[in-house]
Write a protein that binds this ligand. Structure first.
Ligand SMILES: Nc1nc2c(ncn2[C@@H]2O[C@H](COP(=O)(O)OP(=O)(O)OP(=O)(O)O)[C@@H](O)[C@H]2O)c(=O)[nH]1
Ligand SMILES: [Mg+2]
Length: 365
């Protein structure tokens, strides 16, 4: 008796195919259901294999029907012999190359996370339950970026007072100038208050930028002056406030700044922590812990992206403390080297991906 094996996605489809080829003389001898694929790079698919024979009573009909070619049979056989990974022993699994692919995939993920300087906590979140398919790079970049929040709210509807905080030389004043120009360009009436009366030349720097953009600026030295400055700028849509770079160890300066900041109403104020992308996560955490003792830090501004090898340091920091990113800067040029933070901007700075992120960005924007 001649046996024929047919494989399809379901039992019904296999039977239909068998009937189409061999007619009613066909009898099903046995069926076997199994899955194929399901490795790191292929999706699991269910298959059904039926083994059939032609009934003797109608055997003569077989001659009239087109018979399956030997090439078809070889193809069916090959497909039918694809093992079900879940039913294999460890040794058999090794034969399929699946663990090797998994290992290779895991290695690639580690390589990319290392290259981008992703710290432990964020790394754990990214790899937790991560089962990349064919699109490992796309899925991984999405996992990295989606761990971080973007402060769209502050970008679109900034509170009246935007206070720039951060360590010395982190780019507070330069970024303030860039943001002042940005908001002025979109029609907002902007003013500047400078709380830095300590560093020599600090206010000169602020004033030079303010004058260049025809924005009023006021230097204040004590708490009374803050009240007067706020009053003088009461009609402005937006008041950007520059502060002195602060060492956590300088107690008198810390107390001074704390007193000055207490005069800005919390509901009208955003506190923007400005950190260079080159800074270590631990140092960012130290700054954040310090400022959160007296204000509620609202969002992060990342500066000097142009000088940094990787963005993992601030991504890890932002993830750990749940701080959304509002702006990024990538150069000394005022006002041009400023970008509103966005998923796409951050993706652009991810390193180690073979896929072309730039063309993807081009298509999306
Ligand atoms: N490469 C690069 N340099 C930047 C960027 N932003 C600021 N800078 C430079 O960093 C230096 C310090 O910038 P400031 O804006 O003065 O920094 P600050 O935080 O106000 O400094 P202090 O007021 O002294 O605490 C300046 O030379 C800036 O031009 C940036 O995005 N990329
Ligand atoms: Mg400054």
């Amino acid at each position: 008796m001649e046996y024929i094996t047919i494989v399809s996605d379901t039992y019904e489809k296999a039977l239909e195919e068998a009937r189409r080829r061999y007619g009613d003389a066909l009898r099903v001898h046995s069926r076997r259901e199994y899955t194929v694929g399901g490795g790191l790079f292929t999706r699991k698919r269910r298959k059904c294999e039926i083994t059939c024979y032609l009934s003797n009573a109608r055997a003569e009909e077989k001659e009239k029907r087109p018979s399956v070619t030997s090439q078809d049979l070889a193809e069916f056989e090959k497909e039918a012999q694809t093992p079900d990974p879940s039913s294999l022993t460890e040794a058999e699994r090794l034969d399929t190359g699946q663990p090797a692919r998994q290992l290779e995939s895991r290695k690639r993920v580690d390589e990319i996370l290392d290259l981008n300087g992703i710290g432990m906590k964020l790394r754990e979140r990214i790899v937790d339950g991560f089962e990349p398919g064919d699109d490992l790079e796309l899925a991984l970049s999405d996992r990295i970026i989606s761990s971080i929040a973007i402060d769209h709210e502050n970008q679109a509807h900034p509170r009246k007072y935007q206070i720039f905080l951060g360590p010395t030389g982190s780019g507070k004043t330069t970024t303030l100038a860039k943001i002042a120009s940005l908001y002025k360009t979109v029609g907002k009436d902007v003013g500047i208050i400078c709380l830095d009366s300590y560093r020599v030349g600090a206010y000169d720097q602020v004033k030079a930028f303010a004058d260049a953009f025809s924005i009023p600026s006021i230097l204040v030295e004590d708490e009374d002056a803050v009240i007067l400055a706020k009053d003088s700028l009461r009609d402005k849509d937006l008041v950007l406030v520059d502060t002195m770079g602060l060492s956590p160890n300088d107690i008198p300066l810390n107390l001074k700044l704390r007193g000055l900041l207490s005069l800005f109403e919390e509901q009208d104020t955003s506190y923007l922590l400005t950190c260079p992308a080159t800074m270590k996560t631990q140092d960012m955490l130290k700054q954040w812990r310090h400022y959160t003792q007296f204000v509620k830090v609202t969002s992060l501004i990342v500066t000097k992206l142009d000088e940094s090898q990787s963005i993992g340091s601030f991504l890890t920091f932002a993830y750990e403390v749940g701080l959304p990113v509002a702006f990024c800067t990538n150069g000394q040029g005022v006002p041009d080297d400023l970008k509103k933070a966005s998923t796409l901007v951050l993706m652009e700075y991810l390193d180690g991906f073979d896929m072309e992120i730039r063309p993807i960005i081009g298509q999306l924007t």
